[in-house]
Design a protein around this ligand. Sequence first.
Ligand code: CAA
Length: 260
Amino acid sequence: MNFANLLVEKENGTAIVTINRPAALNALNKEVLEELYDAFKGLEEDESVVCIILTGSGVKAFVAGADIAAMQSMDAVVAENFARLGHKVFNAVESCSKPVIAAVNGFALGGGCELAMACDVRLAAESARFGQPEVNLGVIPGFGGTLRLARLVGKGRAKELIFTGDMVDAAEAYRIGLANKVVAAEDLISEARKMADKIASKGPLAVRFAKQAVDNGIEMDLDRAGRYEAGLFGLCFASADQKEGMLAFLEKRPAKFSGQ
Ligand code: CAA
């Protein structure tokens, strides 16, 4: 996979996707968004990849937002199409069948915070800063910020962050549930790899179904979500991984999952 604005490395079942536009603090323009979409589609189909880590290049920013220089002269129709593209790409990240870990290495602002929120888990370097500063520019979040921030941290906190445009540091992001864990900046990628390796050692089908159960179930009422979860639980029993996982427990040995 060769991209102008992304680096994609693969090692031991984990792909690391690095947004690589450090001169613009990894800001998202149309080209970067289209490349991200292609990268995730490729990784979805790549059977050698079990987990994905998404990060930004350099020490300063994960992603400092949608590209303001590119947006400044947009008219309403072009802006709506740009936002629709952002939604399409972030939905592809969120609905990827493989777990996606955001390794937030600096500013995650606007579209950057929205991208981190489309990932399954957010590991934050101590230097990370999160925020939805769009109101400073006379606009609102356009790549899912109003939706995902409210779901992650609750309506009240989401509205406060979006209305004030304030940034929060990593410790505050952790406190409000926006970051899963805070680690030293120099340990960020190794900690993300450690988490990816741990997830990769589990039954891949079970992890995939669990992701579907959480992501889809949270949008349903409890009764439908319960039936949906029970259906996926039942489906696990059609897999070799369930037979192996339970047999290995009873034989007091580590399970060897095949993903079948
Ligand atoms: N778009 C385009 N370029 C950006 C950018 C962005 N979102 N963020 C930073 N850059 C560029 C700067 O213009 C600057 O370029 P030059 O060197 O060519 O001047 C370079 O990156 C470095 O940035 P700064 O000099 O500003 O660095 P700083 O350390 O002084 O400040 C910062 C860092 C606080 C992150 C500041 O750059 C900033 O506030 N950036 C904008 C953040 C923002 O408003 N993001 C939301 C964008 S709107 C959005 O995302 C809408 C949506 O939901 C879809």
